[in-house]
Write a new protein. Structure first.
Length: 203
């Protein structure tokens, strides 16, 4: 596995300065090999950018969305914010919009997304190695999942992280959503609602 390019390494190092991240894995022994010669490994890069993503999402969910819901504010969070006045996006929508910007940027060097075995949005339906990753996360609380996969003839390092209910706005929205199926769980604080996927192309 080759070293990541200089720009990607700089982004990851900056991210590690901003936030700490877990070193857990599918098992450290089973995780894809780290790079040599001083380069940052795909696993450390993925862990670093994930830490920043989750910090931003948690702040938005707790300090903006949940705060507004508890106040008699003129602005409120709504799934249909694009069609309604005085509303803002939900945390998952903010996360997805950021992911779309990164995914469309050819210089970013990675992509990220949400996935779930109970998707309220069909775009988040688990596929490929994500299915295995979600099963692993459910059976191994506190650990991350790392693997390699091939998509359209290109190899990727893929990391999955537990997507937990970190704010009341998260679990109440899911529990009250009209798209919930009969087998949909009743979430509470700290529950794993799905996964966050980070993918990096590798040679």
């Amino acid at each position: 596995m080759k070293r990541l390019n200089t720009n990607m390494a700089m982004v990851a190092l900056a991210a590690m300065v901003l936030s700490t991240f877990s070193g857990c894995s599918r098992s450290e022994a089973e995780a894809p090999a780290a790079t040599s010669s001083g380069g940052i490994s795909p696993q450390k890069f993925a862990d670093a950018v994930h830490a920043v993503m989750m910090a931003d999402r948690t702040v938005y969910a707790k300090q903006v969305v949940t705060r507004l819901k508890k106040q008699d504010a003129p602005v409120s969070p709504s799934e249909y914010w694009q069609d309604e006045d005085h509303t803002i996006p939900l945390p998952a929508q903010m996360f997805r919009m950021g992911a779309e910007i990164v995914n469309e940027d050819p210089t970013a060097g990675f992509t990220y997304s949400l996935t779930s075995q109970w998707p309220l949005n069909p775009q988040h339906q688990a596929k490929g190695v994500e299915v295995e990753g979600l099963k692993f996360l459910a059976e191994n609380p506190g650990e991350n999942f790392y693997s390699e996969e091939e998509i359209a003839g290109k190899k990727y390092f893929t990391a999955l992280y537990a997507d937990k209910a970190v704010a009341e706005a998260c679990w109440t929205c899911h529990n009250e959503h009209a798209n919930r199926g009969a087998d949909y769980p009743e979430f509470k604080e700290g529950d794993v609602m799905g996964g966050v996927v980070v993918r990096l192309p590798i040679d």
